[in-house]
Write a protein of this length. Structure first.
Length: 521
């Protein structure tokens, strides 16, 4: 399997997901604006998303995929290997299902306390607080659905079936778009329509991946006795390996929860501005970081099981080179085009010029950390595939403290954008410490031409920055609200011109597509 082609497949499907996600945010902004009620939705949606990242895509995947790779390659014949993997999958799926069923029940019952912990600032607007509690209860079962979908994605990725897991987020976006369009005039408050869309989307994502597992003959069988589910040594081993990973991932989620709490105490709309800005930042993060991390972890796990140290290092080096080549220009472009992109996507309906300015400030602050955020997606699997979660935990704890200290300094100065800036600086600290750890333990041995490679990428990024810094301020993006197609054409034209300058400059310096090719281990 060609790693670049696999990453491109995941990235291409993720692009569709992010485009539909941006369409979802555009419709949300136009229909609901940035207000206390939209703050309430984002708070309520963040709670199950926090647990999803904690138990499903984060700690669970980091423990589950390397162990699944071991069970898959542990037998000498394919039949034995498949049977061993099936037993492992059934045991883990049963334990995950019953654990999350209990968490979901507790979350529904404890919604008032959870909302207060997440955003006590909503108490100043009782209607928004009540809506947040109601939407939390409606959406909390999403954690069960999406965590089972993450289990399915881990299995499919281990079998190198990357396409369906990369596509399934599109279903959530389409469900939320449909619900917002069809139900917002039929429910009170209208923002409840988004909560209904979340649940429909969760069911759709799980259903599609369950179908894909059935075709592979790997559909998990859930044990009916919840106590017997935890009797399996495999399930207990996954839980044991998850424990430090849960701590590592929870540190980032605790930081997010604190930031949301702080934002809820700033000007009304601050949580929404941060959320809309985060959506723009997540566009390149998902296209590059998630795609690379998805493809790298199973390959790194296989190389680790074979004790192929050279192949392991080469995989990390390839991932980091691709990260620098694509994330650095994305970082520069996002920072310089924060206002035109925000205006193009969100400046409709109830989302006014002030909202554009405030969201653009958040986007600029987020953009400064984009390279670090994407690098973490490549560097962290370098530890997880070697069953080393302790090092990322220690780093994450340090970063949590650093983030909150930076909030003390940045928020009084920059308001909600200070929260985004703290995350960006913390991402650089996190990535730097992870890189230092991989170099120290010998997992990554950089290739000898990194200096020349980096200089070429920097030069091409500088050429692109000069173009954008010259042309972007010449257009009044806010006054083009009455001509959205012209504004979109100008913004996308600048993006295309910037990409042409960047890749054209790289080409003039001798960089070719073949330089990024890499076969899977």
């Amino acid at each position: 399997m060609n790693m670049l082609r696999a990453a491109a497949t995941v990235s291409g499907l993720t692009l569709i997901s992010r485009i539909t996600g941006l369409a979802r945010e555009m419709i949300t902004a136009a229909l609901f604006g940035a207000s206390a009620m939209t703050d309430a939705f984002f708070v309520a949606f963040r709670l199950p998303n926090l647990l999803r990242r904690l138990f499903a895509e984060g700690a669970f995947s980091q423990a589950f995929i390397p162990m699944l790779a071991r069970h898959r390659t542990g037998s000498t014949d394919e039949t034995g290997s498949q049977a061993d993997a099936r037993r492992f999958i059934d045991a883990v799926a049963s334990a995950l299902f019953w654990s999350l069923a209990l968490i979901t029940l507790l979350g529904v019952l404890g919604a008032p306390a959870l909302v207060w912990l997440m955003a006590s600032g909503l108490t100043d607007t009782p209607d928004a607080l009540a809506a947040a509690i109601l939407m939390t209860r409606l959406m909390f079962p999403y954690i069960l659905l999406i965590s089972l979908a993450a289990l399915a994605a881990g299995i499919l990725n281990t079998w190198q079936r990357f396409a369906i897991p990369a596509f399934t987020p599109v279903l959530l976006n389409l469900s939320m778009i449909g619900a917002a369009s069809l139900l917002s005039q039929r429910v009170d408050p209208p923002v409840l329509a988004l909560a209904a869309g979340v649940m429909v989307g969760g069911l759709a994502q799980l259903g599609l991946q369950a179908w894909a597992l059935h075709r592979l003959g790997l559909m998990p069988r859930i044990a009916l006795n919840p106590f017997r589910s935890f009797a399996s040594p495999d399930a207990r081993q996954v839980v044991a390996r998850m424990a430090p990973a849960v701590l590592a991932v929870s540190v980032a989620q605790i930081s997010l929860m604190i930031n949301t709490h702080i934002a809820s105490r700033l000007a009304p709309g601050s949580v929404s501005w941060i959320s809309y800005g985060d959506r723009l930042m997540e566009f390149p993060t998902a296209l590059l970081g998630v795609a690379l991390g998805t493809v790298l972890l199973p390959s790194l796990a296989r190389a680790g099981e074979r004790e192929d140290h050279a192949g392991y290092s080469d995989l990390l080096d390839w991932g980091l080179r691709l990260t620098v080549a694509l994330a650095l220009p994305a970082m520069v472009g996002l920072a310089l085009m924060a206002e035109p992109l925000t205006a193009m996507l969100y400046h409709y309906g109830r989302f006014d010029a002030h909202d554009v300015t405030m969201t653009a400030h958040a986007v600029q602050a987020y953009a400064l950390g984009l390279l670090g955020l994407i690098a973490i997606k490549v560097l962290a699997p370098g530890f997880y595939a070697r069953h080393d979660v302790r090092t990322p935990v220690r780093i994450a704890l340090l970063v949590l403290v650093a983030t909150q200290l930076m909030n003390i300094a940045f928020v009084p100065w920059l308001d909600h954008a200070g929260l985004a800036l703290s995350i960006s600086v913390a991402a650089w600290i996190n990535a730097g410490l992870l890189m230092r750890g991989l170099l120290k333990n010998g997992a990554w041995r950089p290739s000898t031409d990194w200096g020349a490679w980096g200089a070429k990428v920097m030069a091409a990024s500088l050429a692109m920055a000069v173009l954008l810094a010259t042309l972007t301020p010449r257009i009044d993006w806010l006054t083009l609200a009455d001509s959205p197609l012209i504004r979109a054409g100008l913004a996308l034209g600048l993006v295309a011109a910037a990409a042409a300058v960047y890749f054209g400059t790289l080409g003039l310096m001798g960089v070719r597509p073949k330089d990024f090719r890499r076969s899977a281990s």
